[in-house]
Design a binder for this molecule. Structure first.
Ligand code: ATP
Length: 202
């Protein structure tokens, strides 16, 4: 039996840090955000569709997707975001489904599905349990600024484009409030891990 744990949270909530802790302890990681990048890699049908919809202005000089240009476009224009999602979400859903089916067929005991848009895309319905990582909006804006150099206004626009913590909490079986430092986050993981660790015992 495979247990699929969906891990989600708003941008810069800390969900990838938590997913990495599960992976370091033996869980299999399916990273939906990485899959989202793979479906638009150079030469892919996904990238071809994106260029057909938005024009060559979303390409870098080397022909790869200019993620910054595309991000600036879709986070300032709701209709453009809807178009992009209609092009890419079915591809992402099908690849995530394929990887979860693969994990189940190999009887892997614990799979974590790390997905920013778990709730928005309905992926939580493919999970046995859902862990939501929350953090105050101000802390997230500061982390986005530190990590990506985005100004506060742009960070806030990205946060506003996602589900709210309340919407995510509504489907959560477990919640980690990541409102202190990284040591506190690791301690919160350690508090939760005993509920999963027995799955990995032979
Ligand atoms: P995204 O949706 O943007 O991929 P995420 O939710 O996966 O983000 P992480 O990548 O885990 O979030 O964390 C975002 C950034 O904030 C990282 O640089 C991480 O090291 C940092 N960070 C996470 N939690 C904390 C914390 N409690 N204190 C300080 N920094 C933190």
């Amino acid at each position: 039996m495979t247990l699929v744990l969906g891990i989600t949270g708003g941008i810069a909530s800390g969900k990838s840090t938590v997913s990495a802790l599960f992976e370091a302890n033996g869980a299999e990681l399916v990273d939906a955000d990485r899959i989202a990048r793979e479906v638009v890699q150079q030469g892919s049908p996904g990238l071809r569709d994106v260029v057909a919809a938005f024009g060559a202005a979303v390409l870098s000089a080397d022909g790869s997707l200019d993620r910054k240009a595309l991000g600036a476009l879709v986070f300032s224009d709701r209709a453009a975001r809807t178009t992009l999602e209609a092009l890419l979400h079915p591809r992402i859903l099908s690849e995530v489904g394929r990887r979860l089916a693969d994990a189940r067929s190999h009887r892997l005991p614990l799979v974590v599905l790390d997905a920013a848009l778990l709730v928005e895309m309905g992926l939580h319905r493919h999970c046995d349990r859902v862990l939501v990582v929350t953090a105050p909006v101000e802390a997230r804006i500061a982390r986005i600024h530190r990590r990506d150099g985005l100004p506060a206004e742009a960070a806030a626009a990205r946060i506003a484009a996602q589900a709210t913590d309340a919407e995510r909490r509504a489907v959560a079986d477990h919640v980690i409030d990541n409102d202190a430092g990284l040591d506190a986050l690791r301690a919160a993981f350690a508090g939760l891990w005993p509920q999963f660790e027995p799955l990995l015992r032979p």
